[in-house]
Write a new protein. Structure first.
Length: 159
C-alpha cells in the first residue's frame, strides 16, 4: 500500500478577493430566514437571496454564477452555516467572527427553581426533567431551560 502524505492544515495569510464580488449575510428573524446580499466589487447590490438553510442558499449562488474562487465558496458555506445556527438558537451573528456560544450546563449555573412539586430524590435534577414534570413555573425559567437544552444539542453536534 503506498504511503499517503499527511499535511498540517493552516490558513492562507492572503485574503484574495473574488472578481465577481462579495457577500453580506443578514438574518430576518420575522421570517426565520438568512438573507444573503451579493455586491459587485464596486459595492453595487446585484441580488438578494433568502433561505432557511445554508445549502439552498449556496446552491442558488452557484447556479447564479456569483463566485469564481474556491476560497469564496468555502468561506461562504461556513458563514451561511454559522448564520443558520445563530438564527435557530437566537444568537447574535456577526459576519467573519465566532458565534457567541453558551457554555454547557455543567459549567453554567442553573437558576433557582421554586418547586410546587417535590422531585424524586433518587433521580438527579436536570433542565429537561424539570420542564417535563412542570417543576419550572415561570416563563423566564422555562425559556432559560429551553435555551440550555438547545445549546446542549448544538454542543453535542459540534463535539
Amino acid at each position: 500500500m503506498p504511503e499517503v502524505e499527511t499535511i498540517q492544515a493552516k490558513e492562507n495569510p492572503e485574503k484574495t478577493k473574488d472578481n465577481r464580488g462579495f457577500f453580506v449575510i443578514n438574518m430576518d428573524r420575522n421570517t426565520s430566514e438568512v438573507v444573503l446580499e451579493h455586491h459587485l466589487p464596486d459595492g453595487r447590490l446585484t441580488k438578494v437571496i433568502r433561505g432557511k438553510n445554508a445549502k439552498s442558499i449556496y446552491d442558488t449562488v452557484i447556479r447564479q454564477g456569483l463566485i469564481s474562487r474556491f476560497e469564496t465558496a468555502a468561506n461562504l458555506g461556513s458563514e451561511l452555516e454559522k448564520a443558520v445556527v445563530a438564527l435557530r438558537n437566537n444568537l447574535t451573528y456577526v459576519q467573519e467572527t465566532e458565534l457567541p456560544m453558551m457554555t454547557s450546563t455543567r459549567q453554567q449555573e442553573i437558576p433557582a427553581v421554586h418547586n410546587t412539586k417535590v422531585p424524586d430524590a433518587t433521580e438527579p435534577r436536570s433542565p429537561r426533567r424539570e420542564l417535563k414534570e412542570g417543576i419550572v413555573q415561570n416563563r423566564q425559567q422555562k425559556k432559560k431551560y429551553r435555551q440550555i437544552l438547545t445549546q446542549i444539542r448544538v454542543d453535542s453536534f459540534f463535539a
